[in-house]
Design a protein around this ligand. Structure first.
Ligand SMILES: Nc1c(N[C@@H]2O[C@H](COP(=O)(O)O)[C@@H](O)[C@H]2O)[nH]c(=O)[nH]c1=O
Ligand SMILES: [Zn+2]
Length: 384
C-alpha cells in the first residue's frame, strides 16, 4: 500500500507504540482484529488504548476516553482504518470527529468489506488530514488471521510439528516422547494460547492421547477439534475430559455409529458435528463452519495424514516446524504422510522463511503462498 504523505520519526514512534498495544490482546479478539490507538499532541502521548475483545469498545474509543479533552487538535495513530459502520459498537470515525482530532495516521485500510475505505473517506470529507500506510507491513502481519478470515470466510491455518533431523515424528516403534526440546514445547503452549482452535486427527488421539490444552499460567484453552470420520476415539480420551475450559468438537460423517454419537453428545463440553458424507469429513466445509462460529484461526497439530490432506487441499497458510538435532532412522512416521507428490518439480515451495535456534531445535517458519505482508510475528511479552 502507498503511504499517502511522508511521515516523521514521531509518527513512527507513536505508530510503533500503537502496534505494541494492539498485540497485547493477541489471541483474545477473534473474530475481530487486533487494533491499537495512540493520541499524541505536541510530541507527547496524551491517550492510548487497544481492542480487548470482540463486541467490546474499539481501540479508538479507549484511547479517546484516556485522552479526554486533550484529544482536541491532536493526532490519532491507529493500526487499522477507523470503522464507519454501526456494528456491535458505534463508528469510530464519528468518535474521532466529535473529539476534534485534526489528523489521523492509519497503518492499513480495513479489509472488512463493511468498512474498507469508508472510514478514511468519512474523516477526509470532514476536512481531517488522513495519512495511510505507515508501518502497513507490520500492521498486516499482526492481523494475518483477521485478513484471511474476513476476505475468504476460511480460517488461518498453521501446521505445527516436531521431527528429527531425518524427518521422523516418532521412531518406528511409535515413540514420540519427546522429539523436540523443552523450550520448543513451551513455545507450543504460546501458540495454543494464540490460536482459537487446535486441530488433530483421530489417529493422533488414538496413538498419543493428548489433552491439547494450554499450560501457560495466564493462558486460555483453545477449542479442541478432532477430525474423526468413523468416530473411533474412545470415550475416555483426554481431549474429551471436561476439565478444559473450552469445548471439544468432534467432526464426523455418516460412518459414525449412532449409539456412540449419542453417548459422546451427552458428555459435557463435547459437540459432535456430523457431516453428510460417507467416510471422509469435508475439510473445507468444516473450516468454513469454524469461521461461521466465530473461530478464525487453527493450529493443526497432526497427524501426518490429516496435515498432508489439508496441505494438498491448499487449506494450510503457514508451517512452524521444529527440527530436533536427532536421528532415528527406520520407517517411523512422516509429518506429511498424507501428501503424495511424485515429481520434485511439483514440490510445495515455502516462502518468507524464518529460522531460529534459540530452543536448541531448528525452528523453521514459512508460508505456503507468497505475500508481501510476511515477517517475524512479534512476541507478546505480557498482557495489560
Ligand atoms: N478498530 C476496531 C475494529 N474495526 C472494524 O470493526 C469490525 C468489528 O465491528 P464490531 O464487531 O461491530 O465491533 C471489525 O471487523 C473491523 O472491520 N474492530 C474491532 O473489533 N476493534 C477495533 O478496535
Ligand atoms: Zn471502530
Amino acid at each position: 500500500m502507498q503511504t499517502s504523505s511522508p511521515s516523521n520519526s514521531n509518527d513512527e514512534r507513536f505508530m510503533k507504540r500503537a502496534l505494541d498495544l494492539a498485540i497485547k490482546a493477541m489471541g483474545r479478539t477473534s473474530p475481530n482484529p487486533l487494533v491499537g490507538c495512540v493520541i499524541a499532541k505536541d510530541d507527547q502521548i496524551v491517550g492510548e488504548g487497544y481492542h480487548l475483545k470482540a463486541g467490546t469498545p474499539h481501540a479508538e474509543v479507549h484511547a479517546l476516553a484516556d485522552a479526554g479533552e486533550l484529544a482536541r487538535d491532536a493526532t490519532a495513530y491507529v493500526t487499522l482504518e477507523p470503522c464507519s459502520h454501526f456494528g456491535r459498537t458505534p463508528p469510530c470515525a464519528e468518535a474521532l470527529i466529535r473529539a476534534g482530532v485534526k489528523r489521523v495516521v492509519v497503518a492499513m485500510s480495513d479489509p472488512n468489506p463493511l468498512v474498507s475505505g469508508r472510514g478514511i473517506a468519512r474523516l477526509r470529507e470532514i476536512g481531517i488530514q488522513v495519512d495511510v500506510g505507515l508501518m502497513c507491513q507490520e500492521a498486516s502481519l499482526i492481523n494475518e488471521v483477521f485478513i484471511k478470515a474476513i476476505t475468504t470466510g476460511l480460517p488461518f491455518v498453521v501446521y505445527k510439528t516436531a521431527m528429527t533431523l531425518d524427518g521422523k515424528i516418532a521412531t518406528e516403534t511409535g515413540d514420540s516422547r519427546w522429539v523436540s526440546s523443552e523450550g520448543s514445547r513451551q513455545y507450543v503452549h504460546q501458540l495454543r494460547d494464540r490460536y482459537d482452535v487446535i486441530l488433530a486427527g483421530s489417529e493422533t488421539v488414538l496413538i498419543d492421547n493428548p489433552a491439547l490444552t494450554c499450560r501457560l499460567p495466564s493462558g486460555r484453552d483453545p477449542i479442541r477439534l478432532i477430525v474423526d470420520g468413523k468416530l473411533r476415539i474412545p470415550e475416555n480420551a483426554q481431549v474429551l475430559s471436561s476439565s478444559a475450559l473450552s469445548p471439544c468438537v468432534i467432526a464426523t460423517t455418516q460412518a459414525a455409529s449412532r449409539e456412540k454419537l449419542g453417548r459422546l453428545n451427552l458428555l459435557s463440553g463435547v459437540e459432535v458435528w456430523q457431516y453428510d458424507t460417507p467416510r471422509h469429513v469435508p475439510l473445507e466445509k468444516l473450516l468454513c463452519d469454524l469461521v461461521r462460529r466465530g473461530w478464525t484461526s487453527v493450529l493443526l497439530e497432526g497427524g501426518g495424514g490429516l496435515a498432508g490432506t489439508l496441505i494438498k487441499e491448499q487449506c494450510v497458510d503457514k508451517v512452524e516446524f521444529f527440527i530436533a538435532p536427532k536421528l532415528v532412522g527406520g520407517n517411523g512416521p512422516s509429518p506429511l504422510s498424507g501428501l503424495h507428490i511424485q515429481h520434485m518439480s511439483d514440490a510445495l515451495e515455502l516462502h518468507d522463511l524464518l529460522f531460529d535456534m534459540n530452543s536448541g531445535d531448528l525452528h523453521v517458519t514459512g508460508y505456503t503462498s507468497r505475500s508481501e505482508i510476511k515477517g517475524q510475528m512479534p512476541e507478546v511479552s505480557k498482557r495489560n
